[in-house]
Design a binder for this molecule. Structure first.
Ligand SMILES: [Zn+2]
Length: 153
């Protein structure tokens, strides 16, 4: 997938599974986007695209405990992502984003205005279910490059 397709994939997934949160009073520069799912491969790809670490969480309130995977983005990178996503989101999500961006402190208005330009997706394998980073200049990871050459042959 190219950058535009990756962005669309991410936007759809975040519309369904993500949440946008205001900055907590103790950390006024940290509005957040979080997404969590039980599907490790999906969240690994989100993490690769956003350049954020995937966290593994155990939900002990369930019996048996559930394992879920989470990516959490905060601060100016979250602001950049929200700014870029907002026009593509539902009304409900747009309201969440507006509240989260509104919670960003005034001294960072300039940052918010520039945020659009900061949003770039990280390099990730063209295979839509792969979260591996390809070699510089390559579109596929080592595993999937092999499959791609079979497709073209
Ligand atoms: Zn791959």
């Amino acid at each position: 997938m190219n950058d535009e397709q990756n962005f669309c994939w991410l936007a759809g997934l975040i519309e369904g599974e993500g949440s946008f949160m205001k900055a907590p009073p103790s950390r006024p520069n940290e509005p957040r986007m979080e997404i969590e799912m039980k599907d490790e491969d999906v969240i690994a790809r989100v993490g690769a695209l956003l350049g954020a670490k995937m966290q593994r969480r155990v939900r002990k309130q369930y019996d048996p405990p559930k394992i879920i995977f989470r990516v959490r983005l905060g601060g100016k990178r979250a602001v950049a992502l929200m700014t870029r996503l907002k026009p593509y989101m539902s009304e409900r999500r747009q309201a969440q984003i507006a509240a989260a961006l509104g919670s960003y402190t005034a001294r960072n208005e300039r940052i918010a205005a520039e945020a659009h330009g900061w949003f770039t997706l990280g390099p990730v394998c063209t295979n839509p279910m792969c979260a591996k980073v390809p070699a510089p200049g390559a579109k596929w990871c080592d595993t999937h490059r092999e499959e791609d050459s079979h497709v073209r042959a």
